[in-house]
Design a protein around this ligand. Sequence first.
Ligand code: PPS
Length: 201
Amino acid sequence: MNQVATNVRWHHATIGPEERAQRLGQRGVVVWLTGLSGAGKSTIAARVDALLHARGRHSYILDGDNLRFGLCRDLGFSPEDRAENVRRLGEAARLLQDAGLIVLVAAISPYREDRARVRERLPPGGFLEVFVDAPLAVCESRDPKGLYRRARAGEIAGFSGIDAPYEPPEAPDLHLTLVPHAPAGASSSAATPAGATSAVS
Ligand code: PPS
């Protein structure tokens, strides 16, 4: 175990990204949602997935929580394990992207370096980093799983934002920020180009 594979070589397929894009009517891309626990990553991923599906697009969600039941079940929340978790999520996402899917990844992925490594593994334009920017106080007040309360009580060590770091993206492709609920009829969000800021409530 723990040996690096040698004597292996890459096999090229005859069907490439162009053929897949033609067949599916879309190009594969990884949309990587990063943010604190409770920021809304999974909720947004599910909503976008449903919208894409309704429009005939081929998408798939890789949720950090969910993958920890299988592919990443041997990993905890140390910095090293999170790095490996993000690497595996990135590799899984890369395969699905290569197959032509719109891959929505929802994971805290707290370290910039780990996220940058995923970007490097994808073709140009194949990785979009989305910062789901809900402040810690908001996430903590939501506390949908009661994890912040347990972290504050000392029952969970190394909780992101409490006693473990979260490094926000410095130049996300999309920056989603919170706004208070808008009055009925008013629109609180708009289509935004890459690198822009949009608001979610
Ligand atoms: S990471 O940091 O990217 O490897 O984490 P991820 O795979 O996204 O898993 C985050 C979910 O695990 C739960 N959980 C914790 N989060 C943060 N810190 C600690 N110590 C921790 N322990 C368990 C929590 O439900 C996270 O889910 P979300 O959806 O982000 O709330």
